[in-house]
Design a protein around this ligand. Structure first.
Ligand code: NAD
Length: 285
């Protein structure tokens, strides 16, 4: 049985951990050739080792790149084209929520700028170089490959709804109970949604689909290390209709859908994988 993205060439940023790691494994399982890109090369190489062990028939490689640097993003896309001859799927997933990210009154400008550099400019450059590469994709109907492609940008539920509690520790609320939203992170994810929609419209007739994926709060080590008491977890869980945090692999499955031809009539969407969070007024008892 061919996989859902058989023979396609994929590049995933932030592939060394969390959503990016689970997506890399899933994309390879579904037959794609995958370039794993991360600022943490050791993490990306560890993920590559898992792919080589589990899916020896796919081509995969890992490289170091900082998505906050345009030259690194261009080099990563060039590497994917060099390795695979094309780029069908670009998953702009890498993003940060800086430990010093804070509210409007306390955030330092350097933290704002760094967050925008990685979370917004990184996605812009990822889209820019992916679009340039996807325009040149050779048409290969026999292998189910065509000019164009699918770009997926990771935003967040925080781009769609406000939160008065911090998602992670921030400078003004080390205990996590005082108000202290992570303003630059939230603003950056709003920018990802707006940018994705506009790019999707501009490039719709080139066969390039561009969608955002909006994960809800996930059971990642980073979040769970911070939510280290039942009381802190319950403060969030009461707002989650399903009564649980999401798993990174559940977001990866959403990314796979957007990457595959199963979503062939979808572009410009804010695709939510949030357990119903952003649709919720009152949760079940
Ligand atoms: P994670 O911290 O587990 O993984 C992020 C990866 O990105 C890491 O391997 C890290 O080394 C890499 N990275 C960081 N900065 C980079 C840079 N400048 N260049 C290249 N790689 C870089 O995070 P995650 O939870 O998997 O989050 C992935 C994306 O999902 C992020 O954009 C995040 O904002 C978003 N998100 C996460 C959650 C959540 O609850 N975890 C919720 C909503 C949105």
């Amino acid at each position: 049985m061919p996989g859902r993205i058989q023979n396609k060439a994929a590049l995933i940023t932030g592939a060394g951990s969390g959503i990016g790691l689970e997506s890399a494994l899933l994309f390879a399982q579904e037959g794609a050739n995958v370039l794993l890109v991360d600022i943490n090369l050791a993490a990306a190489e560890k993920a590559l080792g898992l792919i080589e062990q589990r899916y020896p028939n796919v081509k995969a490689a890992a490289i170091k790149a900082d998505v906050g640097k345009e030259a690194d993003v261009k080099a990563a896309v060039d590497k994917a084209v060099e390795l695979f001859g094309r780029l069908d799927i670009m998953f702009n997933n890498a993003g940060i929520m800086h430990p010093e990210d804070d509210n409007a009154l306390n955030t330092e400008e350097r933290i704002w700028d760094l967050t925008m550099q990685i979370n917004v400019k990184g996605v812009w450059w990822g889209c820019k170089y992916a679009i340039l590469a996807m325009r040149k994709n050779p048409d290969d109907p026999a292998r189910g490959l065509h000019t164009g492609g699918s770009i997926i940008n990771t935003a967040s539920f925080v781009a769609l709804m406000g939160a008065a509690t911090p998602q992670l520790a921030c400078a003004s609320s080390p205990g996590g109970s005082a108000p202290g939203p992570v303003l630059p992170h939230t603003a950056s994810k709003g920018a990802v949604l707006a940018m994705t929609r506009e790019l999707a419209m501009v490039h719709a007739r080139e066969g390039i689909r561009i969608n955002s994926i909006c994960p809800g709060p996930l059971k990642t080590p980073l979040l769970m290390d911070f939510l280290d008491t039942q009381e802190k977890r319950d403060r969030r869980l009461v707002h989650l209709p399903m009564g649980r945090f999401g798993e990174a692999v559940e977001v990866a499955k959403g990314a796979l859908f957007l990457a595959s031809d199963d979503s062939s009539y979808m572009t410009g969407t804010d695709f939510k994988v949030d357990g119903g969070l952003t649709s919720c007024y009152v949760t079940p008892l």
